[in-house]
Design a protein around this ligand. Structure first.
Ligand code: ZN
Length: 93
């Protein structure tokens, strides 16, 4: 698949509808958590699927099936998060 090297990729994180421009050569990391009580991921297309990723030539949509998402760069700097229902937040100060 070819892709103009200067073109940004539009990243959308659902169901929060958070949209970001992912620049060429950038790598981001997305993490989600689900509470232990749930036991499994709800899944989008398949059971037990924490993420569903739709990659199109100019955009990426990530469906998160956990309670939260944490988007960061490869250095660990937070870009965006939706952590008000994060079951892992109890473990951080
Ligand atoms: Zn979390």
């Amino acid at each position: 698949m070819t892709h103009p090297p200067e073109a940004a990729l539009e990243l959308t994180v659902e169901p929060w509808a958070e949209t970001h421009q992912l620049l060429p050569e950038q790598t981001w990391v997305i993490v989600t958590h689900s509470s232990a009580a749930d036991g499994s991921w709800s899944g989008t297309l398949r059971e037990d699927e924490p993420f569903q990723v739709d990659h199109r030539p100019e955009s990426v949509t990530v469906w998160v099936n956990g309670n939260c998402f944490h988007l960061s760069d490869t250095e660990g700097d937070v870009i965006e998060s939706a952590d008000w229902q994060c079951p892992a937040q109890d473990f951080s100060s």
